[in-house]
Design a protein around this ligand. Structure first.
Ligand code: HGY
Ligand code: MN
Ligand code: MN
Ligand code: MN
Length: 426
């Protein structure tokens, strides 16, 4: 029948791999530090704004229509449309453009550029689809500068509920201004939420950021679940003092307490195995000078597990240990902020569609969980999600050395295209 012919020919569609790789290269120059080879494009920073402008320029040059929602998410569509409305459901593809400090060029950016590539391929082909394909760059996924990670996808899924009155970065700069510079509007956040039933599915392509695929030789990963994550921001209050004159038994050393917290977090995951991983990634002692005892420390503890109960147990144990550490060191330890993302499962039908697409392309694949968090886990609150991984060379990410072979980058985008075609029609 007509439908069968149309479907067969649409599956012969291909992405333009050279165009995709060129864009990855060009975007990878924005926020690059020649000294480390890494990229610093923290969410809503000047470099992030430059990356956002790059994406929008590329989209416009491709004849597409980028728009920025109140949360600062960039939504690219085939024609100019009223914000987040559609006469039919959308098939959303995307990831994030922001990075950690001194990170790599692929975490997030790859998924956004592949989504743009697939959207452009679909639109240029003129293939008829049941759902409208859209490409999205979610704002501030990493939370490296402004502390709410997954900011954009949380807003898109209507999950930002208890915002502080005036959210600020860790240097006290207000989010309100930074968001406005990016084209968003803190007072209209609710409008960034996609109405119920408006999104048919969300697909995210991402680098694995770990060693599983490289070790097994699989070229495609089919994500089964995304790990849950609890991030506690702690403030330790001690007493500053002269490092030469204050006797050891008269100290309330905030950094000494912080060191015990670092070891406690490690102990919880490594020895007691209460959760899969635990990390103190940020430690800001004050005044951070050689001959003054630290009077205060601000730090983060990041706990992760795919089992929400285990993560909760680990948190409870950590909090008990914080209490003991405060007592033993004469300091006060306070949890001043916490962010949580529950573990989520990907949609079984989308998983099978990804498997089938990889099979047709002759790409060896395997199912695996994601230890990293992704925007997909918040989109899962409003729509079925599918996630595709490609191998990370050396299994590393959040470092300048993060890399993936060009043929794997192209292969991942091809799987995304096929999965999109199968999910959105014709
Ligand atoms: O840290 C994470 O899991 C993610 O890369 N933001
Ligand atoms: Mn990341
Ligand atoms: Mn990412
Ligand atoms: Mn002195």
């Amino acid at each position: 029948s007509h439908t069968v012919v149309e479907r067969a020919s649409s599956l012969a569609l291909d992405i333009d791999a050279e165009r995709l790789l060129r864009r990855i290269e060009e975007l990878g120059r924005i926020g690059a530090d020649p000294a480390t080879g890494g990229i610093t494009r923290t969410g809503f920073s000047a470099a992030d704004r430059e990356a956002r402008a790059y994406l929008m320029d590329e989209a416009r040059a491709a004849g597409l229509f980028p728009a920025v929602d109140a949360a600062g998410n960039i939504v690219v569509r085939r024609r100019h449309t009223g914000q987040h409305t559609a006469d039919r459901q959308v098939l959303m593809m995307g990831s994030h453009l922001d990075t950690v400090v001194d990170g790599g060029r692929l975490d997030g950016a790859y998924g956004v550029l592949a989504a743009l590539e697939v959207l452009q391929t679909l639109v240029e082909s003129g293939v008829g689809l049941r759902h409208e394909p859209v490409a999205v760059a979610f704002a501030n996924e990493e939370g490296a500068l402004f502390p709410q990670p997954f900011w954009g996808s949380m807003a898109a899924a209507g999950r930002i509920t208890d915002l502080p009155e005036e959210p600020c970065d860790h240097q006290g700069r207000p989010l309100r201004n930074a968001l406005r510079l990016a084209g968003g509007d803190l007072d209209a956040l609710g409008s960034a939420c996609w109405p119920e039933q408006s999104v048919a599915a969300y697909l995210e392509l991402h680098v694995e950021q770990g060693p599983v695929l490289e070790r097994s030789g699989s070229r495609i990963g089919v994500v089964e679940a995304i790990t849950g994550r609890i991030v506690l921001t702690l403030e330790i209050q001690g007493a500053a003092g002269h490092s030469g004159t204050t006797p050891m038994d008269a100290r309330c050393d905030a950094l000494g307490a912080a060191a015990r917290v670092v070891l406690a977090a490690e102990h919880i995951a490594r020895q007691r195995k209460l959760c899969r991983v635990a990390t103190v990634g940020r430690l800001d002692p004050y005044p951070n000078t050689p001959n003054t005892i630290a009077g205060a420390v601000r730090m983060t503890v990041d706990l992760r597990d795919t089992d929400v109960w285990r993560a909760g147990d680990a948190e409870e144990t950590l909090r008990a240990m914080l209490h003991d550490i405060a007592e033993a060191t004469g300091t006060r330890i306070e949890v001043v902020a916490e962010t949580r993302s529950d573990p989520v499962f990907t949609d079984p039908r989308l998983r099978e569609t990804i498997v089938r697409s990889a099979d047709e392309l002759g790409l060896p694949h395997e199912k695996l969980p994601s230890g990293a968090g992704h925007d997909a886990q918040f989109m899962a609150g409003i729509t079925p999600i599918g996630m595709i991984f490609v191998p990370s060379i050396g299994g590393v990410s959040h470092v300048p050395q993060e890399n993936t072979a060009p043929e794997d980058l192209a292969a991942g985008a091809r799987v995304l295209l096929r999965t999109a075609l199968r999910t959105a029609g014709p």
